[in-house]
Design a protein around this ligand. Structure first.
Ligand SMILES: Cc1ncc(COP(=O)(O)O)c(C=O)c1O
Length: 422
């Protein structure tokens, strides 16, 4: 069994710490399951982006969809980051966390009228449009409001990001963006959209991309398009390369942000415009764990099972995408043997698992496990299925830790149903 550790989650005397705090101490207060985050991780990763892209005029917009906890958003905002939001709800969260509307990008393949209206009313940096009909709608709403909306067009560069089909977005078969010829036609119609100011071209290839080559290919294609537009009198002020930078879940080789910058900066420099980035996962995933307790263990002729108190409603990714999350004990016992087990939750579904056929130290009821790389697409995808209360979130900052969201109570489960009960 492989034991992973980092500067942020490391073992001291065989016990897992987050920064300077033993995970056991946090869990004694919070109970399990619980999401635990390292603030330093978030700050360091943001700085990696800022430093790597410093040779060009650039800005980072943290993609809130990866982890929308207000304190996580605030951690990035406090560092100077903008945010990328994919819905009214994410915009609400971002504004609550103190994000400057002038540093917010409103994304989304199907924005509602009220989302567009809100984006214009709040004077967001830009609304990213994904179809001709949406551009017409933005223009009409802006005209009704007597305003001019800053709009970027999301282009689908038709590049294979080499990732899971559910998280690939930059192929022609995916629903996102418009093709280049449609985009060119729309930009040329700019005088018809008198309440829109076109500000840039955007792309997002997909998520968990582990090679720089899709970026190199897409940036090259998009640069050619940028120059084509410029030669046709369309002057744009930014090029947004999206997010998607992959992270290490197990032992996969992934590029560093410096390596990505080195690979694409030569083309980006030639553009002479502002470069926008929208990372989510790479800023957050390895800054979080999901701590869980083994409730029971059992075996049959075929398998060992570890039944944990974290379930598919807490962490959907293994079941949804077949995603791998490394799982290891919070306290290592060197004399224990290694077993192969399915690590499963208490929800009434066979799809409720955190890992299948996983090699892990033999563990007994009452002992703690850490599910790694749970800082993104973890809590945000959680649900109340089986009427389970959502887990708390705890932020660690050096020697201190604090709740940044409490465990839900039973009232959260029923919302206003009791008063509406018939
Ligand atoms: C438009 C857009 N930008 C940014 C992101 C963030 O992606 P990641 O978390 O892979 O960096 C996403 C993810 O779906 C997205 O759709």
């Amino acid at each position: 069994m492989k034991i992973l550790s980092s500067e942020y989650f490391s073992y001291r005397n065989n016990e897992l710490f987050c920064e300077e705090v033993p995970v056991r101490e946090i869990v004694n207060k919070s109970g399990t399951p619980a999401y635990i985050y390292s603030r330093k991780f978030f700050q360091d990763r943001y700085r990696d982006f800022i430093n790597a892209f410093s040779p060009v005029d650039h800005s980072v917009f943290y993609a809130v969809k990866a982890n929308g906890n207000l304190s996580v958003i605030k951690t990035f905002v406090d560092q100077g980051s903008g945010i990328d939001v994919n819905s009214e709800g994410e915009l609400f969260r971002g504004l609550k966390a103190g994000a400057d509307p002038g540093k917010i990008i409103l994304t989304g393949v199907g924005k509602s009228e009220s989302e567009i209206r809100l984006g214009i009313e709040k004077n967001l940096l830009l609304i990213k449009a994904e179809s001709e009909e949406e551009i017409s709608l933005i223009n009409r709403i802006a005209s009704e409001m007597g305003k001019t909306a800053d709009v970027a067009v999301r282009i689908n560069p038709d590049v294979n990001p080499g990732t899971h089909p559910y998280i690939s977005t930059g192929l022609a078969e995916n629903k996102f963006g418009v093709d280049k010829s449609t985009a060119a036609r729309l930009f040329k119609m700019k005088d018809e959209f008198s309440n829109i100011r076109f500000s840039g071209i955007d792309m997002h290839l997909g998520s968990q991309i582990t090679s720089v080559y899709p970026y190199v290919e897409a940036v090259r294609k998009m640069s050619e398009f940028y120059f084509y537009l410029r030669d046709n009198g369309i002057k744009l002020s930014h090029f947004d390369i999206g997010g998607g930078m992959g992270i290490r879940y197990s032992s996969e080789e992934v590029f560093t942000i410096n390596e990505l910058a080195e690979a694409i900066l030569p083309d980006l420099k030639k553009l002479g415009c502002r470069i926008l980035l929208e990372p989510g996962r790479s800023l957050t995933a390895n800054g979080g764990i999901l701590a869980t307790k083994v409730m029971f263990t059992k075996s049959n002729q075929l398998k060992h099972f570890l039944i944990t108190d974290a379930a598919v409603n807490d962490l959907l990714r293994p079941s949804f995408y077949g995603a791998y999350h490394h799982i290891q004990p919070v306290v290592l016992e060197s004399e224990r043997k290694e077993i192969t087990a399915d690590i499963v939750g208490p929800v009434c579904e066979s799809g409720d698992f955190l890992a299948k056929n996983r090699s892990i130290m033999q563990t007994f009821g009452g002992e703690l496990l850490a599910v790694l790389a749970a800082g993104s697409y973890g809590m945000v995808m959680s649900s109340n299925y089986n009427a389970r209360r959502r887990a708390p979130e705890i932020m660690v900052d050096g020697k201190e830790f604090y709740f940044v969201r409490s465990r839900e109570n039973f009232e959260h489960l029923i919302y206003d149903e009791e008063s509406l009960m018939k």
